[in-house]
Design a protein around this ligand. Structure first.
Ligand code: MOS
Length: 763
């Protein structure tokens, strides 16, 4: 405990503990209030009408029946909707916000994809709005829509994405004897968090807007909403205390703007909740991908070339799936070529989905690595170790930390990999063929600036405030833990406020960056508060610490005390009460690569410089891991059962053993879904998704999920921040579908290269 001084916080005692979620009880008892539950007096309900063509224009609406339908207040179409500030990518970039799809609804008669919002019915009840929406008649001038990725890739509209060493690999591949060249495909996948997207817009006059919005980007959403409606950012407030899941799908989307537009039109609060069916067409998806991987080796099994050629689609956004991303950091090879082709399809915009790029790119790369190992008759773990890149092979810089080899070693041991037979079809259990497979996971680590304000009250409570968001990943909980360590205050005396854009600015909850970004700011703000308390105590003749030196003082249990004599102490409450301080506040901005700034009270030591180690030119930041899976394959039916998973993750310091474990388990389950069932199927004639409910877009249920044994390396990353925690939200999904494919091959001798592995693909 003596390690804690007001200048330094080396004793992270609560950080790392498997603390139960501080919001867990509220959630399981239904007390936690989600966006759609903030009903307002005089609130109207909005139900969108969606286009039934994929491309063309609207030639007219017949609203007569719909307008006469019970409870209808108004119907907005492009003919009468408020005109917003036009979409200008440069201007929007300046706001610091973004829209997942570059399309503001109801501004013109153009249709860009099937299911586009083309009208919205406002009524007194949800049921009345939904019914009237079915009565809206639309006529169209229809054009032919592109929905087939293979066909679209042949067109001149194809553009190039990121390219690395294009064309450099083919000569060496052609002359290699030991090589594999294969094509892997992954389907379109859609977001299906438990909570569909929702918004409630409340206008206060014409120039103040409060928007309850289920978004993982509250500050960005505020900024673009202000832009579109020509408001001052400070006059827009986005509120989102809880999210029922996100993982990229809750990037700023059109329904929020539609709700605000409708509220403005009828001058009443408006609620708009996306239906499960709309999740398929209106909130982005992961693009299908076609990936060609070529690998060649020398006789010792060292990779001589890696080529990863990717195709995906994009539309109405600059975003495209960064499929080759893991191929830039895994494995040494003298020649490495990574290319991306992006076709235009007449579909809604693709967007971020858990571990963009990595999740699907690793399926191809890690399958191909397994195929190459079989060519060499080498154990796939051995093959990976032999070709391990201990420094970033493209950027030619060190990793900030990389314990992947240890992940392999622990995984091999915990899983019992040694009992695996290298040849396929060697293990059987009745009609089941049994196989073992493994794959590497990796996800980049990112930090962004974040500001945190902490308020201490003289009743002993501390409130931590930051405009971050709780996706359900544990943000409330780990911010509480960090504040407990930063202040030496019990967890139960700390309240965390996030999900309100009026709070000090924090980054969007994405890219597995929240923990690394926000927690250092909690430490910095906590340190400032301790300094302030210390200065007051030292100056106070009534304090036992009067006249002492800051460097001799430690803190714990809501007290400052003399490091050399714990009995010489003064409690935070007493210090504040004697000095008539009802509350005290401090805020600080933790800036990656720079000193903490924006301090509202004076620091008392040099530790505000703590995060200058974060330098992306010097270090390559990534979480790493390895998955080991056992599958059973029914030889008669082709059914695949994942029977157990062992996963070992190098995520730097583990902030909370329990929530981190849950993130990895969730990632693995997401990966099982991708491997075995998830697929958005389109009817290409209409460019329309036909998997419109959870009855046909399958996600794993309890019986699909085996025991998942999670291990962490737990070594703090010395460069990402003073806390040393890398990201954990996304790395867990990466490599899972390859590990399952590799296990299926080991079980059956059949190589599956097209996700998902439905029984028809097996035999
Ligand atoms: Mo994530 S796909 O960056 O929410």
């Amino acid at each position: 405990m003596a390690a804690n001084t007001p200048n330094q916080n080396t004793n992270m005692a609560i950080i790392g503990k498997p603390l139960d979620r501080v919001d867990g009880h509220l959630k399981v008892t239904g007390i936690a209030t989600f966006v759609a539950e903030f009903n307002q007096p005089n609130m109207a309900y909005a139900f969108p009408v969606r286009s039934t063509i994929a491309k063309g224009s609207i030639t007219g609406f017949d609203l007569i029946l719909a307008e006469k339908s019970g409870g209808v207040i108004s119907i907005l179409t492009h003919e009468n909707a408020p005109r917003l500030q036009p979409f200008d990518p440069l201007e929007i970039k300046k706001t610091g916000g973004f829209l997942a799809e570059n399309l503001i609804p109801l501004q013109d008669n153009k249709v860009h994809y099937f299911g586009q919002f083309i009208a919205v019915v406002l009524a007194e009840t949800f049921e009345e709005a939904r019914h009237a929406a079915t009565l809206v008649k639309v006529s169209y001038a229809k054009e032919k829509a592109d929905a087939d990725l293979n066909e679209a890739l042949l067109k001149s509209s194809v553009r190039e994405g990121a390219q690395l060493n294009k064309g450099q690999a083919s000569a060496i591949i052609e002359t290699s004897n030991l090589k594999i060249e294969q094509t892997y495909t992954t389907p379109a996948q859609n977001h299906h968090p438990m909570e569909p997207h929702a918004a409630i817009a409340i206008w206060d006059g014409a120039d103040k807007l409060t928007l309850y919005d289920s978004t993982q980007v509250i500050v960005g959403m505020r900024n673009i909403t202000a832009y579109f409606f020509k408001l001052k950012p400070e006059d827009v407030r986005i509120l989102c205390p809880y999210l029922g899941g996100g993982f990229g799908g809750k990037s700023p989307a059109a329904h929020n703007i539609l709700a605000a537009m409708a509220g403005k039109k009828i001058n009443r609060p408006v609620k708009l909740v996306i239906t499960r069916q709309m999740m398929q067409t209106n909130v982005g998806r992961r693009s299908p991908t076609i990936q060609k991987v070529a690998l060649a080796c020398d006789l010792q099994g060292k990779l001589t070339v890696i080529r990863h050629q990717n195709s995906s689609y994009s539309n109405l956004t600059d975003f495209s799936e960064p499929v080759g991303i893991q191929t830039q950091v895994l494995y040494n090879a003298p020649v490495r070529e990574i290319t991306h082709q992006i076709a235009k399809l007449d579909m809604n915009a693709p967007t971020y989905m858990r571990a963009p790029g990595h999740a699907v790119g690793s399926f191809a790369l890690e399958s191909a690595i397994d195929e190459m190992a079989y060519e060499l008759r080498m154990d796939p773990v051995q093959f990976r170790i032999l070709n391990h890149a201990s420094t970033d092979p493209v950027k030619k810089i060190n990793f900030s930390s990389n314990h992947l080899l240890e992940c392999f070693q622990i995984g091999v041991e915990k899983f019992g990999w040694a009992s695996r037979k290298i040849q396929p079809r060697q293990t059987r259990n009745g009609q089941w063929l049994v196989g073992y497979g493994m794959a590497t996971s990796v996800h980049h680590g990112v930090r962004r600036p974040a500001t945190v304000r902490i308020q201490l009250s003289n009743d002993g409570m501390a409130t931590v405030m930051t405009a971050s968001q709780e996706l359900g990943t544990g943000t409330y909980t780990i911010l509480t833990q960090t504040a407990a360590d930063a202040l030496g205050i019990a967890v139960g005396k700390i309240k965390v406020l996030v999900g309100d854009s009026d709070l000090p600015p924090a980054p969007f909850a994405a890219g597995s960056s929240t923990t690394a970004s926000v927690n250092p700011a909690v430490l910095a703000a906590g340190e400032l508060l301790r300094c302030e308390l210390m200065r007051i105590a030292i100056a106070d003749p009534k304090s036992k610490l009067n006249g002492r030196n800051t460097k001799d003082i430690s803190f714990a249990d809501s007290k400052l005390y003399l490091s050399s004599d714990i009995s010489i102490s003064d409690s935070y409450k007493d210090i504040m009460r004697r000095n008539n301080r009802e509350t005290m506040q401090a805020s600080a901005t933790a800036t990656p690569g720079g000193a903490a700034s924006g301090a509202t009270v004076a620091p008392c030591g040099p530790s505000m410089d703590q995060d200058q180690n974060y330098d992306t030119h010097k270090y390559s930041f990534h979480s790493f891991g390895a998955h080991f899976v056992e599958v059973w394959v029914d030889e008669d039916l082709g059914t695949i059962r994942v029977k157990r998973v062992t996963t070992v993750q190098d995520i730097g310091r583990v902030m909370n053993e329990k929530t981190a474990r849950s993130q990895v388990i969730g990632g693995v389950i997401f990966g099982i879904g991708a491997a075995l069932m998830e697929e958005t199927v389109f009817d290409n004639r209409w460019a329309s998704p036909v998997t419109r409910t959870l009855a046909d877009y399958h996600v794993p249920v309890n019986l699909d999920v085996p025991p998942i044994d999670v291990h962490f390396i737990g070594k703090p990353d010395p460069h990402i921040s003073s806390i040393g925690s890398k990201g954990v939200g996304e790395v867990g999904i990466v490599g899972v579908s390859a590990a399952i494919a590799n296990a299926v091959f080991n079980a059956t001798g059949k190589r599956l290269r097209n996700l998902p592995f439905t029984p028809d693909k097996l035999f």
